[in-house]
Design a protein around this ligand. Structure first.
Ligand code: 9MR
Length: 464
């Protein structure tokens, strides 16, 4: 892969980003610019305080400069969007969607069917299965329908698995009132309401091993079943709320375990996303500089999964600054990548440097695309036909664009998906004859994914 931003190592030029704080990186060296170079999304929640205008302007400046995917901390949850029966409130969610549009960000919706933050009125129907099914369906129809085409992906079901044993979580109004089939139904309804949205199952403690006794092992069996039954699920979100390795005696999670889950999901053509990352220390302890550096290494190890596993594309942190973080409630502290004064911590540097320097392993990168005469140059003068990632299959799939024709070599039959630069699908088709026409798509940059059997190629193209 060619580097859009040929910078090596740490650049120690001092630049002001936003008002009043100093970073050791130049202003255009942002997490999002390097994430985009690598074809991944990097993001942070918009904290609840942002919606009420209660945060300093620096916060938003950092957020929109550094991130290219956003999710609301609380504002798209059931209690926020349907506080009373069949009366919906989309104000805060709309505000976030506008913000995302203005700043070219992808939008995650969180969360549709969850046992927590369910308004009281829902519990009135806990003994009425038929009514509860219609309550959940109505919620999904309305909320997903309202943001159809604007929310790119949804946590359709959140935290439905028990913490301690490999089984469903039983203390949930949806589980108790409907049974586990509420999950299958929720995916089907969400898909019907927005057939282009990516639909995820989201949970925590998924980094604790893929074995039948662990949550991830139980989940994997369910995902296999959902896929076999044609349930429209596209991704698993791993919240990844973890604790620093030295302060948590019970810490049993690891980036390696999460990587194993990603690989198991790849076999099912399901993506893995890190959706709520924080790496906290126990409350009350002194956190030293070397603790923060170790924390940065752990942030980097989780990022490596997203960079290296072809079915992983999103790295989302549950907060921006340690000053506004839910972690206190969990007896943890300092789990994010900006400190109380919105200054980047060592974890920020670890992530940025890794994003700058990452090169996919040679054997997974397609042959040099400059060899054909269709490599195009965009207005910035940079090559824009760039292979983002390739999964080897039998034979090697390649693609190139000439005018509005996309040529595909190395596959007799292939599924082609075209996404805009925010990751929203704009066009899908099957290619049977070696080429397809990209008429009806406006000029600009796109990501194209070609899949044939187990081979998959993702490439950035420019249409002019
Ligand atoms: O950060 C959220 C916090 O403000 C809320 O009080 C809390 C209530 O459940 O939810 C927090 O977000 C949670 C997320 O929605 C699901 N995964 C765990 C997150 C942290 O608790």
């Amino acid at each position: 892969m060619r580097n859009l931003f040929p910078v090596s190592g740490l650049v120690l030029s001092v630049a002001l980003i936003g008002a009043g704080f100093v970073s050791t990186f130049a202003a255009d060296e942002t997490l999002r610019s390097y994430a985009e170079k690598n074809g991944i999304y990097i993001g942070a929640i918009l904290n609840s305080q942002w919606f009420g205008g209660g945060l300093p302007s620096q916060y938003e400046q950092v957020h929109k400069t550094q991130f290219n995917i956003v999710v609301a901390e609380n504002e798209m949850k059931f209690d926020a969007t349907e506080p009373s029966e069949n009366r919906f409130n989309y104000n805060n969610g709309d505000k976030m969607v506008r913000y995302a549009k203005q700043n070219g960000m992808r939008v995650r919706g969180h969360a549709l069917a969850w046992h927590s933050q369910v308004p009281n009125w829902v519990n009135n129907y806990k003994n009425d299965k038929k009514k509860l099914l219609s309550v959940l369906k109505n919620h999904i129809d309305n909320v997903v329908g309202h943001w159809k085409g604007q929310v790119d992906e949804w946590d359709v079901v959140n935290e439905a698995i028990s913490n301690n044993e490999p089984q469903w979580r039983t203390y949930s109004v949806w589980y108790q009132g409907i049974g586990p089939e509420f999950i299958d139904s929720a995916f089907v309804w969400a898909h019907a309401a927005d057939p282009n949205a990516e639909l995820c199952y989201n949970d925590y403690n998924l980094e604790q091993g893929v074995n039948p006794k662990a949550k991830a092992g139980f989940l994997l069996e369910q995902v296999k079943r959902w896929v076999a039954n044609g349930i429209p699920i596209h991704c698993v979100g791993s919240q990844t709320h973890v604790e620093d390795t030295t302060t948590d005696k019970h810490f049993i999670g690891s980036p390696d375990s999460l990587r194993s889950l990603a690989r198991e999901l790849a076999k099912l053509n399901i993506k893995l996303k890190i959706t709520e990352l924080d790496i906290g220390f126990k409350s009350g302890i002194n956190v030293s500089k070397s603790d923060l550096e170790r924390q940065g290494q752990t942030f980097r190890q989780y990022l490596d999964i997203i960079l290296e596993e072809p079915n992983a594309d999103t790295y989302l942190i549950w907060g921006v600054s340690d000053k506004w973080s839910w972690l206190g409630g969990l007896n943890r502290q300092k789990g994010l990548i900006y400190d109380d004064n919105l200054k980047p911590k060592p974890a920020f540097d670890s992530i940025l440097v890794r994003l700058q320097n990452f090169e996919p392993p040679q054997d997974t990168v397609a042959a040099d695309t400059t060899a054909n005469d269709t490599t195009v140059t965009d207005s910035t003068g940079l090559d824009s036909t760039i292979v983002i990632r390739q999964t080897a299959g039998p034979g090697s799939v390649t693609m190139h664009v000439a005018g509005r024709t996309l040529f595909i070599a190395g596959a007799k039959s292939a599924k082609v998906d075209v996404f805009n630069m925010q990751g929203r699908p704009v066009f899908s088709t099957k290619c049977e004859k070696g080429s397809i026409e990209l008429n009806g798509i406006s000029d600009g940059l796109y990501m194209v994914r070609v899949r044939s059997g187990s081979a998959s190629l993702v490439q950035k193209i420019s249409i002019k």
